[in-house]
Design a protein around this ligand. Structure first.
Ligand SMILES: Nc1ncnc2c1ncn2[C@@H]1O[C@H](COP(=O)(O)OP(=O)(O)OP(=O)(O)O)[C@@H](O)[C@H]1O
Ligand SMILES: [Mg+2]
Length: 423
């Protein structure tokens, strides 16, 4: 580390600075700065930083890491000024936050801080944040589907029941690849066989990830033109058109796959999604929806119709940051954030106490409850997805399957209680 005096006297070789009330409160940051930058960084107090950014030489820095903890609540206005001063000099800002409220973080990010990392710093987080300062975001990878698969049987449409309102269970990954499709597919399949004896609940699985939806891959169903036709004409949709677009998986589960070609996510409007949901809820007891990871103009429609909105995430920085963004976006629009049920996927095993601690801290920092944890089911999960089969068929004893089965059982028990109470 380079001392404050050197920052003032010889700023040229410095790449970055930390700015904090007392950098000794952030010893892991000191270690990581040394690992990433060797001697080429300095540390500044808030007051010194204010002076420093008045000097044009400060523009030679690549970034500042402004570190805050819960005792800095009174300094937020000053920190906001510092971020603006740094931006004015063209210096990028990474926030390092130890128990700072999401609201405060949101405001500071809005002022132009490029990124934030929670403190204690996760392994490699500073390195990743520094790398992200230069790298444009990557686009999601496409999935490659065998479009030539033989057509699967059409689904018989269960009779609509007057006044029936199936429950809507969307699943949306907080960050791409966190497991939404695996969870949606297997949750739908478990619900469709949840009763010991027939009749089973009527379950529809809808893939609304219109671009890269992979429900069809995970259940080995073809993507059909009829889905495109249905989505392009919901205003004239009747039961026949709706039925015509559904597929049947193993005589038990009805599926609306994504259409064959990639469509813009705003191909469907909120009122069209509302019409689809109405029809689905009239015919089915459970409507499980695989949602795109992106927020779209009809996310609100689905969220409002949902009983719970499952949000799988992973124990990494990417998920933490996205949860924060998601919460801020929903709150700003006054949408029901409390419907979100955060599902930690690939959760650490019981023995991994350090990771358990990280999980607890993540929940506390983000002020969320982590309702369900799903274990890493390993290679068999990917294999089942590639085989186009639910885990219950392909790997019935897999630990991930067991947890999804428990979740399905608890949803169904709750729903059965509700129906009984209503009778
Ligand atoms: N708990 C788990 N254990 C093992 N493998 C898993 C687990 N959850 C998901 N996977 C695997 O991770 C990969 C990505 O999962 P999935 O496609 O469900 O994620 P997604 O959130 O829907 O991704 P996308 O953002 O592409 O829609 C798949 O190969 C899946 O088999
Ligand atoms: Mg998916």
């Amino acid at each position: 580390m380079t001392s404050e005096a050197q920052v003032q006297d010889d700023p040229a070789p410095l790449v970055a600075c930390t700015v904090s009330r007392d950098v000794q409160n952030f010893d892991l940051l000191i270690e990581d700065m040394e690992t990433e930058l060797g001697e080429a960084w300095g540390d500044l107090s808030f007051a010194d930083a204010r002076q420093f950014f008045r000097q044009p030489e400060s523009g030679a820095l690549k970034f500042v890491a402004i570190a805050l903890d819960h005792d800095d609540g009174d300094h937020l206005a000053m920190v906001a000024d510092l971020i603006e001063a740094a931006k004015a000099q063209g210096v990028k800002v990474i926030l390092v936050a130890d128990e700072v409220s999401p609201m405060a973080l949101h405001q500071l990010l809005q002022l132009g801080a490029e990124d934030f990392i929670p403190y204690p710093l996760p392994e490699g987080a500073l390195r990743d944040a520094i790398a992200r300062l230069d790298t444009p975001r990557k686009a999601a990878a496409a999935d490659f589907v065998d479009m030539s698969a033989a057509p699967a049987p059409r689904a018989p449409l269960p009779a609509a029941q007057p006044g029936a309102h199936g429950i809507v269970l969307p699943v949306q990954s907080v960050s791409g690849g966190a497991g939404a499709t695996t969870i949606a597919v297997n949750l739908a399949w478990e619900l469709a066989g949840i009763e010991r004896k027939d009749p089973q609940p009527r379950v529809l699985l809808m893939d609304l990830d219109l671009q890269f939806g992979s429900v069809s891959t995970y259940l080995d169903l073809p993507r059909r033109e009829a889905v495109y036709e249905l989505l392009s004409s919901t205003d004239t949709m009747d039961d026949d058109a709706f039925r015509g677009a559904l597929m049947n998986f193993n005589d038990r589960l009805s599926v609306l796959t994504a259409p064959p070609d990639i469509l813009p996510l705003d191909f469907i409007e909120p009122e069209e999604v509302a019409r689809l949901l109405d029809r689905a809820r009239a015919h089915f007891d459970y409507v499980v929806i695989d949602m795109p990871t992106t927020l779209v103009n009809w996310t609100e429609t689905v969220l409002n119709a949902a009983d719970f909105y499952f949000a799988p995430f992973e124990l990494d920085l990417r998920s933490a940051q996205n949860i924060l963004r998601l919460r801020n976006a929903l709150r700003a629009e006054e949408l029901p954030f409390e419907k979100l049920r955060f599902l930690l996927n690939r959760a650490p095993k019981g023995m991994d106490l350090a990771a358990k601690g990280r999980t607890k801290r993540m929940a506390e920092t983000l002020e969320i409850a982590i309702d369900v944890q799903f274990p890493d089911g390993g290679r068999p999960v990917r294999d089942a997805c590639d085989q186009g089969l639910p885990l219950a068929i392909e790997a019935a004893k897999n630990p991930l399957r067991k947890e999804i089965q428990k979740l399905a059982a608890s949803i169904h028990a709750r729903q059965s209680d509700r129906l009984e109470a209503a009778e």
